[in-house]
Write a protein that binds this ligand. Structure first.
Ligand SMILES: Cc1cc2nc3c(=O)[nH]c(=O)nc-3n(C[C@H](O)[C@H](O)[C@H](O)COP(=O)(O)OP(=O)(O)OC[C@H]3O[C@@H](n4cnc5c(N)ncnc54)[C@H](O)[C@@H]3O)c2cc1C
Length: 509
């Protein structure tokens, strides 16, 4: 089949990427008489389902219309984290003076090289998700083309029919189409196009201060763009703990990002000055002229064109394919996993769901999404990582909480690192040491949150974490300090009195 998916720019790295994840010379195999699983969409959810099922001996067909690896590899986690790393290097050099390091003559960010580094690393990683690896090493039948249901046990792709015992919808999500007057005419970037840039936009408007918007706004600012973030709500990362979000907010402002919170966009016009956004910010009408506009206001599930009505799979245009907690759709033979059906749209949740689907669809398993402990992280600097409930969730569920917070200004390693802005905050069920949730703000919060996830998953209380020896000096010691703070609450006046009596008795000689 021809390769319709040219990844821009057409350099050696993107050619390697295409050759791995959508090879131009790919010939779809002869379909098997019947598959145990036919999977539509080869992003994280589809790939993990396919690899796991084939590894257990299932006959599997995996259908992909665009690039295998989906958003994460091609236009999501991987390219964004590569750019974030370059941006961190730039910020470290900028701040080197604070560490007694004189960077004589200043520094310059070579945007072209930053993007080329990203493309090189992405192309290297793409081998893991390649059509050849899945076909030759893992034994999955790879069909490149658009898949759609055609009957109660059939999917068609490029005119071929794939018969299935069970099917899995893993078609993912895409950028939300923002209905703003003049936006389409002026032109804008989404996550699907921003990683193809080869030149730095001098002035960039980022619409939306969610995880994607904040990560890329800070990154582009650090890489030398003048970035303005336009956000409807009065806080960045509006779903996060307000104290945590404020820490990220001040870091972004220190970097030079202009935050236009409580703002609405009325219209966009293309003028000689550039793309001009008419805004209403806190009741005031203002104008903002930029060179590029990046939309980061949420994701909508890919449910169109799959012919879901034909097979009785219920869905909603905003929330996606309807599934129960076993990930079964309203058609018992068809399952779904990943962004197309789940509110927590992350690569690690797509992976976790794929593992559930394999057991439930192939082996009559009863694995439930409700049993998952789901952490997430926004990779700003500092990062915000979270697991479990926020205080507001707990209250809504009618639970009372005890909250313990340790700021990094109390942690020796953070002081030595010059990274005192941040905290570890843990919520417990009131009167117990059962961890309901935690938020960490730190440069490597994403690495630190797993200690709390392990404790929650293993049903270890916070008290147990105070008995875990943490190497000194590490930032993770903050977690032990939170546990110590909890332990101190157990030292009630009554207990203290008994201790004092024992110690007095011991002194009597
Ligand atoms: C900029 C950005 C940064 C991100 N960073 C992170 C991060 O740091 N950490 C994290 O955990 N998550 C991150 N995410 C989210 C993460 O990328 C997604 O949650 C993850 O990719 C979801 O995987 P999926 O398999 O459900 O869907 P997708 O990756 O979207 O894959 C779905 C696939 O299905 C294909 N498809 C759709 N319809 C059809 C059809 N009819 N026939 C054949 N194929 C079809 C699509 O082409 C696509 O390849 C980020 C997302 C973005 C946009």
């Amino acid at each position: 089949m021809g390769n319709e998916y040219k990844v821009l720019p057409r350099d050696e790295f993107n050619k390697v990427l295409e050759n791995n994840v959508h090879p131009a010379d790919w010939t779809n195999p002869e379909p098997a008489a019947r598959y145990n699983l036919v999977i539509i969409g080869a992003g994280t959810a589809g790939l993990v389902t396919a690899a796991g099922a084939a590894g257990l001996g299932a006959r599997v067909a995996l259908v992909e219309k665009s690039l295998m690896g989906g958003d994460c590899l091609n236009v999501g986690c991987v390219p964004s984290k590569c750019l974030i790393r370059s941006a961190r290097a730039a910020a470290d050099v900028r701040n080197a003076g604070a560490f007694g390091v004189d960077v004589a003559g200043g520094y310059m960010v070579d945007f072209g090289k930053v993007m080329e580094r990203m493309r090189r690393l992405r192309s290297g990683i793409s081998v893991n998700d390649s059509a050849r690896r899945f076909s030759e090493e893992l034994g999955v039948d790879i069909f490149l083309g658009e898949g759609r249901f055609t009957g109660h046990d059939t999917v068609s792709v490029n005119g071929r029919t794939l018969r299935f015992k069970k099917a899995v919808i893993t078609s993912g999500a895409r950028a939300f189409d923002l209905p703003v007057k003049g936006l389409a005419g002026a032109g804008f970037l989404t996550n699907e196009t921003v990683f193809s840039l080869t030149e730095r936009p001098p002035r960039l408007a980022v619409i939306g201060a969610g995880p994607l918007g904040c990560e890329l706004a800070q990154t582009f600012q650090r890489l030398g763009s003048k970035v303005s973030v336009i956000e409807m709500s009065p806080q960045v990362l509006s779903r996060e703990d307000p104290d945590a979000a404020r820490m990220v907010e001040s870091s972004m402002v220190r970097d030079g990002v202009e935050l236009l919170l409580s703002s609405n966009i009325k219209k966009v016009e293309k003028t000689e000055e550039g793309k001009v956004l008419s805004l209403e910010t806190g009741g005031q009408e203002t104008k903002l002229a930029v060179d590029e506009i990046l939309i980061g206001v949420g994701r909508v599930p890919n449910v169109d064109g799959l012919n879901l009505e034909t097979v009785g799979v219920r869905y909603d245009a905003r929330s996606g394919v309807q599934v129960d907690e076993f990930l079964r759709t309203t058609n018992g033979r068809i399952y779904a996993a990943g962004d197309v059906c789940f509110p927590y749209k992350f690569t690690h949740t797509a992976d976790a769901m794929a593992r559930i689907v394999i057991q439930n669809a192939l082996f009559m398993g009863r694995k439930r999404t409700s049993a998952l402990t789901i952490p997430w992280c926004t990779y700003t600097d500092p990062e915000i990582a979270h697991v479990g409930m926020y205080e507001t969730d707990a209250r809504r569920a009618g639970m009372q909480v005890d909250t313990f917070t340790v700021p990094f200004s109390d942690v020796d390693r953070a002081i030595a690192d010059g990274e005192t802005e941040g905290m570890v905050r843990i919520h417990l069920k009131k009167g117990t040491d059962r961890i309901l949730g935690a938020t960490i703000v730190a440069r490597h919060a994403g690495e630190m949150i797993s200690e709390i996830s392990v404790a929650m998953k293993a049903k270890l209380g916070l008290g147990a974490l105070s008995g875990v020896i943490h190497p000194y000096p590490t930032q993770a010691e903050a977690i032990r300090k939170v546990a110590d703070a909890y332990n101190r609450t157990k030292l009630t006046p009554g207990v203290k009195k008994i201790f004092e009596m024992i110690l007095r008795w011991q002194r009597r000689g």
